[in-house]
Write a protein that binds this ligand. Structure first.
Ligand SMILES: Cc1cc2nc3c(=O)[nH]c(=O)nc-3n(C[C@H](O)[C@H](O)[C@H](O)COP(=O)(O)OP(=O)(O)OC[C@H]3O[C@@H](n4cnc5c(N)ncnc54)[C@H](O)[C@@H]3O)c2cc1C
Ligand code: FES
Length: 280
């Protein structure tokens, strides 16, 4: 884990409430330690304001990471993200990371199915690149409430075009792509090709993650979900982010920290405890 004071290279509106922030190292330095160590699904804690309000850093997953920079794709949802979108090119931002446990590539499968809901798209670019290193096909299923909640525009759309993977867009109101929940697409793919070996990776709202788990875990399909909860320290110290899960024996329960045990988990541990997870 590193702490760096990075330079804002750009901080652009992608669409609606979505912004893409590019954070880079100064000209004289070779690399950002944070970006160089970043893995898909891990996150950074960003100091969103120079002053004391908001006091707590805010967590964002790595959208893109190279040697000299990384990017975060974020949605304005409150005070912290509103402060973040006001940063201009050339200003500095204090960042801590990489934090948490990210996604791991599942070997020996025919297809990697990536399921994202709204801002859950943020972790899918790095993840798609990781999956692209395996011989298996990668497919992205992207769901949102409506077209304004689909951040697949401008440079984000260009990034995904460059990956050349099949992408299905689903909106609840049908204003873009197919109509309905994105999990409907997942269900159909899993049913139509029951003999194929899939690995499923998901990031998005709790309801979507729960449905993904219902479609995969009873059938032994390897699945990883990225959980978003309120994060305080981000370091596994304060226990402000705990969620109730099955314990390792499977017969009792245990509290796990989203920031340090996760944010990526095997959803099987939430069986029987989904109702206790609160959407942040
Ligand atoms: C590990 C992790 C990675 C994340 N990565 C991203 C990302 O890449 N892009 C992105 O847009 N968002 C991401 N989030 C969510 C993001 O951190 C929150 O939206 C942000 O902290 C809200 O801060 P705020 O001050 O703007 O909102 P607040 O004023 O704190 O809250 C405003 C609203 O946002 C909700 N909210 C607060 N915290 C969270 C949270 N952790 N998750 C979801 N909703 C929240 C609140 O319940 C409230 O409804 C991530 C969260 C976690 C835990
Ligand atoms: S936020 Fe402090 S332990 Fe997770």
């Amino acid at each position: 884990m590193f702490q760096e004071n990075l330079i804002v290279g750009s901080n652009e509106n992608v669409t609606g409430d979505y912004y893409l922030m590019h954070l880079e190292i100064g000209e004289r330095e070779e690399e950002t330690a944070i970006a160089s160590a970043a893995k898909p699904g891990q996150f950074v804690q960003v100091r969103v304001h120079e002053g004391t309000a908001p006091l707590l850093r805010r967590p964002f997953t790595f959208y893109k990471a190279r040697k000299r920079f990384f990017e975060i794709l974020y949605k304005i949802s409150g005070e912290g993200t509103r402060a973040l979108c006001r940063y201009n090119k050339g200003e500095r931002v204090d960042v801590v990371g990489p934090l948490g446990n990210g996604f791991t590539l599942v070997p020996d499968v025919d297809e990697h199915l990536l399921v994202a809901g709204g801002s859950g798209l943020a972790s899918m670019y790095l993840l798609s690149r990781m999956c692209g290193r395996s011989p298996a096909k990668t497919v992205l299923l992207l769901g949102a409430q409506n077209k304004d909640d689909v951040p697949m525009r401008r440079s984000v759309a260009q990034d995904f075009d460059g990956l050349a993977i099949p992408i299905q867009v689903w909106t609840n109101d049908g204003s873009l792509g197919n109509t309905g929940f994105v999990t409907k697409a997942l269900e159909k793919i899993l049913q139509d090709a029951a003999k194929m070996r899939f690995a499923v990776y998901a990031s998005g709202p709790i309801g979507m993650l729960r449905k993904v788990a219902e479609l995969t875990t009873p059938f032994g399909i390897p699945t990883q979900i990225s959980l978003e909860q309120h994060i305080a320290c981000g370091l596994g110290v304060c226990e402000g982010c705990v969620v109730k899960t099955k314990d390792d024996s499977g017969s009792g329960y245990a509290y796990r920290k989203v920031c340090s045990d996760g944010p990526v988990f095997d959803p099987a541990i939430f069986e029987g405890y989904w109702d206790e997870i609160v959407e942040p």
